[in-house]
Design a protein around this ligand. Structure first.
Ligand code: ADP
Length: 964
């Protein structure tokens, strides 16, 4: 930047300008005043001169005027020429008449530039009396004497200019030059950062002080600069030092990070190895255990002396205990390795809790303990979560409670801790209690409350540690409150997702005993029917609902059912009477009954009096109770609630066992043969695929881990091969045998197409149940129970006229083949099949009641000994006549309201009831109406309804007239 050179407005110029301008103005003002004053005074003086001249003229005029000599007058007037500025002299008489005048030649024209006309009037007297006046006019120059002052002024101004120049020079020397020097030095400082320059030649004035200050300031800056430089040098040294230190630290850090990374990789590898080891161990430990336990079980089935039996039993119990410890350790390691996976599946919490408590009821009663289960009303039933793990925690707490309690009670309480997802379950006992200091320890692994107790009660001290980890995995916590000698309360919470939508079907693998059964639900309350239907569907039961008593009787008469669930308050009949009616029917005798009613119902009905009749109070209508009641009514094994074993079959099933381990092959063979199965064994998946393609088996038991081709691959290959088959070759049931405890392995097998799975090691009972369950069928996509049965037991097939026939005879209670009941049933089934399939032989259209058509159902009733047949027949007819008007009315309403669905349902019911009685013409018309409804229309129903009414009238008359 160039601020150092002064521009037009330098101090010097400004000072000189100021000086000159001031002085010039003063000079001019003074000159103006002087000239003005002079002009004024000149004018006054001139006036006086003119007046005096006039006076002199007037004095000379008196005689020529008296003589009237005007020439003389004029002559006298011309005397005024003496004044060089006078331009006229005029004499006026008394009457203002111009008497004479004089105008000097050339004066008018030669007038000066700046002048003014002036005039003076003087009176003229004669003899003391006014005789006229003299007027003198002159031109007054304004600046007559201006030349001199002008010159003076010019000179003064010149002098002033000279003064200015001199002043300017002086100012330059005194101020501008030193300031310029200062500016130059400053420029050097600012541009070159040279703080050593100094301003020289200091004078004894203000500028000298300024320069001295400037020099001092520079000196100060110089010192500071030196100090700064020194400091920055120190800083640089320090920074260099720190940088060195930092890079050292960085190097160390990088080295440590490398160490950590290596350590982490090692740890991860170790953890992976641990998990893999676990998975392997799961297989390796369980497989020999499978051998030990299996062989022990087989050994128990042989002829043993008492002592040998005791020894074997001890081996079995020790093996079981060892297995449970191994399971615990595996669970614990899995949790530790972060490999514990929780399932999220829908389940009924009430059922799970009650079932689990029931597992302990036998132990409790043996010990004389009161085992209670309380579920508060607000706790919903349906949740989603891992029921298996939840059960494991409850089992642990209940097991401990029973183990450490010798008298009193054990109570499980389940309630909603915080809606909608936190559930609390507590187990309270009146046992030995736990000392306060031990309460802190028992949730850590391998810790037990009192070491002396360990010897007395046994245990690994892992149960509660696992329970704690599991509850935490399930989003809850576990705690204990206890007083030694008084008892303990263990309580835990879990977070559970709310259950799936209404109407979900229970998981396939629970409650398989009822799969494939046929049930009739006789209930007019829609809510109860819906509940029963959903449950039965979940258990794989094929069910029908009849909303009134007569309809129920008709259905039982005509269709084979294993079970009937009767509501005591059913419309059109009393449930108890309905049950009695059904029992009086030949086909009804085979049907197992469950009667749902008042709480006192159970006391009214003596269970088993008639066999297969079980009462279930309505207030206890819960899935678990219902299931137990149904199983009980069917006379099945209730302890496990599972289906009966395979021994119940009449023909030995062909089983292909796919297993590579020779011990396991032996165990498997032994178990299967003891279950009356024909066994063929292959050692890997590939051989299994070939065997399945070559021969026919009723069942394949497929191991998971095998050489050449593993179980998963083999299942997939078999299913793919089956998909390419044509004709009626059936899908072969496959049960996968998994030693791995991992949930995903089981799921993988099921996804690949396995029908069921069995965790190794398994007991003979478990194997029996799973085979029984699988051979009964019931899973989606598989053949129905009856079809399966005819395929597996070829010689039984001809005896089963209808597909559902197998289901009517509960597995545990086969009717003796060829018995009259069997034959009658076959006839009824044939009749039913014909009627419901609509392929009935064309009835004798002229007959309202076709005897040949009804014979299947009613003929048999009629043929009952004595009056019994007629009685029952009468009842059936009465029930028909009582229920049909309502159906007719419903059909009419459906037609007028355009409700196709209602029309279909009512027509179907009417059709079936009528066909049962042999009223085939009526049934045919109803069938047409039903077909109309099925198409979603009621159009054209009216003429059909008219025909129904006509036919019905005829049928009714026939029935009332006893013409059947
Ligand atoms: P264990 O398999 O040894 O029973 P747990 O982890 O289940 O292991 O229990 C640890 C310890 O906690 C037990 O050994 C016992 O001392 C104590 N304990 C657990 N439940 C109870 C109970 N209901 N009453 C008294 N003591 C109990």
């Amino acid at each position: 930047m160039t601020v150092c050179t002064p521009g037009k407005n330098s101090i010097r110029r400004n000072l000189v300008r100021l000086l000159l301008a001031g002085n010039s103005m003063l000079l001019i003002a003074f000159s103006v005043l002087t000239v003005g004053n002079q002009a004024f005074r000149g004018r006054q003086e001139h006036y006086r001169e003119v007046a005096t001249l006039g006076e002199r003229v007037i004095g000379e005029l008196s005689s020529p005027l008296a003589e009237g000599d005007l020439d003389a007058v004029r002559e006298i007037l011309s005397w005024t020429d003496v004044d060089p500025f006078l331009i006229s002299a005029e004499l006026f008489g008394r009457n203002d008449r111009l008497l004479a005048q004089h105008r000097p030649q050339g004066r008018e024209t030669a007038r000066p530039r700046l002048s003014a006309i002036r005039m003076v009037t003087l009176p003229v007297e004669r003899a003391g009396r006014p005789a006229g006046r003299l007027v003198l006019t002159w031109r007054q120059p304004l600046f007559r004497d201006l030349a001199f002052p002008g010159v003076l002024l010019a000179l003064a101004l010149l002098a002033l200019a000279l003064l200015g120049v001199t002043l300017s020079r002086r100012v330059k020397t005194l101020i501008s030059d030193p300031i310029g020097e200062l500016t130059g030095k400053m420029e050097i400082v600012s541009k070159q950062q040279d703080y050593q320059v100094r301003v020289e030649g200091l004078k004894d004035d203000e500028l000298g002080v300024l320069f001295a200050c400037f020099n001092e300031m520079l000196a100060e800056i110089e010192v500071r600069d030196e100090r700064l430089a020194l400091h920055s040098e120190e800083l640089q040294l320090e920074v260099a030092e720190r940088t060195r230190e930092l890079s050292n630290v960085n190097r160390q850090l990088a080295a440590s990070l490398d160490d950590v990374r290596r350590a982490m990789e090692t740890a991860q590898a170790a953890s992976r190895a641990k998990s893999e080891f676990l998975a392997q161990m799961s297989h390796e430990i369980r497989t020999p255990m499978y051998g030990v336990l299996g062989m022990t079980e087989l050994l128990q089935g042989t002829d043993l002396s008492k002592e040998q039996s005791r020894f074997v039993e001890t081996v079995r119990r020790s093996g079981q205990a060892l297995l449970s410890i191994i399971n615990n350790i595996l669970d614990f390691s899995k949790i530790e390795a972060g490999r514990m996976e929780l399932e999220i599946i829908p389940f009924d919490l009430h059922e799970l809790v009650m079932e689990t408590v029931e597992l302990f009821s036998e132990d409790a009663s043996k010990k004389g303990l009161d085992l209670r289960c309380e579920i508060t009303g607000q706790l919903p039933r349906d949740f989603q979560g891992d029921p298996g793990r939840l059960r494991q925690v409850i089992v642990n707490l209940l097991g401990n409670a029973l183990k450490f309690t010798h008298k009193g009670s054990v109570t499980l309480l389940a309630f909603m801790e915080r809606a909608p997802d936190i559930v609390r379950i507590s187990v309270t006992d009146t046992g030995i209690g736990i000392a306060p200091e031990a309460q802190q320890l028992i949730f850590t692994q391998f810790s037990q409350g009192d070491q002396s107790m360990t010897r007395k009660y046994g245990g690994t001290g892992l149960g509660l540690a696992i329970a704690k980890q599991l509850t935490e995995l399930m989003g809850g916590e576990i705690r204990v409150a206890s007083e030694p000698g008084k008892g303990s309360t263990f309580s835990f919470t879990v977070r559970l997702d709310s259950g799936p939508e209404k109407g979900w079907v229970r998981p396939e693998h629970s409650r398989a005993a009822l799969r494939g059964k046929r049930a009739l639900v006789a209930c007019s309350d829609p809510g109860t029917s819906e509940f029963l239907g959903a449950q039965l569907k979940g258990w794989g039961v094929d069910y029908e609902i009849s909303a009134d008593g007569p309809g129920a009787v008709c259905r039982v008469v005509s269709a084979p059912f294993d079970l009937a669930i009767l509501d005591q308050q059913i419309s059109g009949a009393d449930g108890t009477r309905l049950a009695a009616t059904l029992r009086s029917l030949p086909s009804g005798r085979l049907v197992r009954l469950v009667l749902i009613g008042n709480p006192d119902l159970a006391s009214l009905i003596r269970d088993g009096e008639e066999g297969g009749l079980v009462a279930l109070p309505k207030n206890e209508l819960r899935p678990h109770r219902l299931y137990t009641a149904l199983v009980k009514a069917l006379g099945m094994d209730q302890t496990a609630g599972e289906p009966e074993g395979v021994e119940a079959r009449r023909t030995p099933p062909q089983v292909l066992l796919v297993e590579d381990n020779p011990v396991n092959q032996e165990v498997g063979r032994g178990m299967l043969e003891s279950l009356a199965c024909n066994v063929e064994i292959v050692a890997n998946g590939l051989m299994a695929v070939e065997a399945v393609q070559r021969s026919t088996y009723d069942l394949v038991l497929m191991d998971y881990q095998m050489p050449v081709m593993d179980g998963l691959e083999a299942i997939k290959t078999i299913r793919d091969w089956e998909a390419t088959l044509e004709g009626d070759r059936k899908r072969i049931p496959i049960v996968s045998l998994t030693a791995c405890a991992m949930a995903q392995d089981r799921m993988a097998c099921m996804d690949a197409g396995a029908d069921d799975y069995l965790s190794k090691p398994f007991t003979r009972d478990e194997l029996s149940r799973v085979i029984g369950r699988t051979l009964q069928g019931g899973s989606p996509g598989r053949p129905a129970a009856g079809e399966q049965a005819s395929q597996l037991i070829p010689e039984a097939a001809p005896q089963k006229p209808a597909p559902a026939a197998m289901g009517q005879v509960p597995l545990g209670h086969p009717s003796p083949p060829g018995s009259p009941v069997d034959a009658a049933q076959a006839r009824i089934s044939a009749s039913l099949a014909a009627a419901t399939a609509g392929s009935a032989p064309s009835a004798d259209a002229s007959q309202p009641i076709a005897h040949d058509q009804m014979s299947g159902a009613l003929e048999m009733i009629r043929s009952l000994p004595g009056n019994r047949g007629k009685e029952v027949l009468r009842k059936v007819v009465d029930l028909y006549l009582a229920s049909t008007p309502t159906l007719l009315q419903t059909m009419k309403e459906a037609e007028s309201g355009g409700d196709a669905e209602k029309l279909k349902a009512a027509a179907h019911s009417f059709k079936s009831s009528s066909a049962n009685l042999g009223a085939m013409r009526l049934a045919d018309v109803c069938k047409e109406l039903e077909a109309l409804g099925r198409q979603g229309s009621t159009e054209g129903a009216l003429p059909l309804l008219v025909r129904v009414e006509e036919e019905y009238r005829v049928v009714r008359e026939a029935l009332q007239g006893g013409r059947i």
